[in-house]
Design a protein around this ligand. Structure first.
Ligand code: SF4
Length: 339
């Protein structure tokens, strides 16, 4: 399958009152047509910053993208980091679209839903108003909003949380983008609606053959939809793999901790859910060694001194952790973590 997006050595920092915060520290990945990539990690790990960098949505006044190290965001081979704001505006919404946790960040509360979707079609396409409204209605039907013709004439506040999320997806997909970036699309919703929205994203992705980047703190929601997963911690990718590798053969202690905090259906009620102690490091003064060291139960002396190299386990799975160094002391490690 054709590679449509390549992110190369992305470094993003922000000027803050306290100093320069290094939010993304050398991120590489690619995305193929029709593929779903999940970027998973706690808040502040750099996952949202990475996706906003792709969209060109980071605030200009305090963001620095370090191009000296060869940072590139290639969309069909063209570097988006070199694009003017005008050119990015043409791409945003038509070729690459984004949906957020809170639909109200995308929906205009004072405009009827149908008019909003039609307007986003009119901005990017040379079609008549009637045609744009016809396509807007088709989009509402595509995202399975009941009574779509009536719903076209309603305002966002007349929609429930789940329906509003569907309307936002309809708007994001109105111009049939090649990539949909979904940032915590289900976090604000209850569990049943969450599952419905994830199913919807999965089926639309197949129907429109678009690529999806799913950004979330919750590994549990990605199992059924992702092709590949990358786990981020303190601005770096610490492990990547396909769904089976991450869920059944994960090799990084942080991925393990995330997995242990996912509620399981077949569990006895007395079992308490694992919660990871401590907080991620301060990114104004990021540590020299492994950023996870202060929270890691397997940490060794070397971990605090030097950042671990990536160990490659398969075409799809890599892990940056000293435990996989040939000389590491792996006594006491869970069997499945030693590969
Ligand atoms: Fe833990 Fe060391 Fe691996 Fe970091 S490098 S995750 S501290 S074992």
């Amino acid at each position: 399958n054709e590679t449509i997006l390549e992110v190369k050595n992305l470094h993003v920092s922000f000027k803050t009152y306290a100093g320069i915060s290094h939010a993304v520290r050398g991120v590489d990945f690619d995305l193929k047509k029709g593929e779903t990539l999940a970027i998973v990690g706690e808040s502040g790990c750099g996952k949202t910053v990475t996706s906003k960098a792709i969209m060109g949505l980071l605030p200009k006044q305090n963001t620095m993208i370090d191009k000296k190290n060869g940072a590139q965001i290639l969309f069909h081979g063209e570097d988006l980091l070199g694009y003017s704001e005008k050119k990015m505006t043409e791409i945003r919404g038509s070729k690459i679209s984004m949906i957020f946790q809170d639909p109200m960040t995308s929906l205009n509360p004072t405009m009827k839903i149908g008019d909003q979707i039609a307007e986003s079609i009119l901005i990017h396409n040379k079609v008549s108003k009637e045609q744009a409204h016809k396509e807007a209605l088709e989009m509402l039907e595509l995202v399975k909003i009941p009574n779509a013709p009536q719903r076209m004439k309603q305002y966002p506040f007349e929609f429930s949380g789940g329906m509003r999320q569907r309307a936002m997806i309809a708007m994001a997909l109105a111009c049939k983008p090649e990539i949909l970036i979904a940032d915590e699309p289900t976090t604000a919703l209850d569990v049943t609606i969450q599952a419905q929205i994830m199913d919807l994203i999965g089926s639309l992705q197949k129907e429109l053959n678009m690529a999806v980047i799913l950004v979330t703190h919750d590994l549990g929601v990605v199992a059924s939809v992702a092709d590949k997963i990358q786990v981020m911690y303190a601005g770096k990718i610490v492990e990547r793999g396909n769904v089976d590798e991450i869920f059944y053969r994960s090799t990084h202690p942080y991925t393990r901790a995330l997995l242990n905090s996912v509620p399981k259906i077949h569990t006895n009620n007395k079992e308490t859910l694992y919660s990871l102690k401590g907080t991620p490091p301060d990114l104004i003064h990021p540590p020299e060694g492994c950023s996870f060291a202060p929270r890691c139960e397997y940490g060794m002396k070397i971990c605090r001194l030097k950042y671990p190299r990536e160990t490659v386990f398969s075409d799809s799975q890599t892990c940056a952790c000293w435990l996989h160094h040939p000389k590491a002391d792996t006594k006491g490690l869970p069997e499945t973590m030693i590969r």
